[in-house]
Design a protein around this ligand. Sequence first.
Ligand code: ZN
Length: 382
Amino acid sequence: MQCPRCLNSDPEFFYKGSRGWYCRKCITFGRAMLQEEKEAISLSPIQSGSEEYTLQYPLTSKQKEISFACKQLIEESDVLLHCVCGAGKTELVVETISAYLKKRKKVCFAIPRRQVVLELRERLASYFPNAKVIAVCGGYTEILDGDLIICTTHQLYRYYQTFDLLILDEPDAYPFRGNPVLHGISETCCKGHTIYLTATPDKTLLARIKKNTLQCLTLNVRPHGRALPVPKICIKTHLGMFYTLLRFLKNHQKEKTIVFVPTIQMANTLGKILGIFFASFICTSKTVNRDEMIERYRRRKNGVMVATTVLERGVTIPGVHVCVYYAEHPVFDLSSLIQMAGRVGRSYESPYGEVLFLQNEKHQQTDECVRMLREANLECDV
Ligand SMILES: [Zn+2]
């Protein structure tokens, strides 16, 4: 027996109710009955002209190359676009989306995090002015049908065997990462191929490349062509770390700095202490009106944002520096270290910036992060 929705086949999770066997592994999405034939969801036809698009900035020649290769490869196979943070990965799939819309095929762009869904909907709607681009996520579940669907990975359960192309953005991010139910649902919602977009592919994706079931395209250069900021590792005593942090913040007091910390408690405590010396903001999963607060910070010239990993992805704050405090803490894995460092130097106006890893002890993972970023920079001309 296998669950038609989440693909679970562990008998422990199958229960018999009054209507027959069902799966308890994905029960949070309602009962999936095992014997009943599940019908593919069919959505309304795609409007003509919806494939026309204009980008805000033209693609660089390197981006064009990858964009074109992606459009070709996806005909035959799943594709991984392995791009460094800030490489403009969304723009790389626009040509492929357009090709599918032209063939009147349904495309879904799925992302683990809700706040990114709404932002991305705006962006893609501006690229495809004739298409009905809809967002489906918590608070936005009334309209489920459009030419192009942008949703959280949690909402994919609504679309059984629906999409001809699924674009899965940041599959290594929480809560999609390591979640077998969401992985299963992402497979059953799509009847065609999948594009994975990430700077930090996990072991499953890397294994599929080896097995040749996934084609990988790599982009190691940001559109502005400048090298990625490589973190400086600084190992100190607890007190020494604090003083080093103060010095780092003082050096950049005319600019903005994000200080990443491992826990909410530390964010609150450190945020208050730093508030004595600097304009300081605190950003955790508990912060109320988080998006507004981030927007307020973005508009400022200077100030310190103390944040947990909640801010590690999907946020671009021009001209920012980054310090990861207790970078050796187990809450930061290799992918979050790369993502946090990747907040720096993203925009054309300020392609440089500093990244500091402050640690109490040496750690293999932070060393690995530095090695990987240096390696990616070998392809950079500048
Ligand atoms: Zn299931």
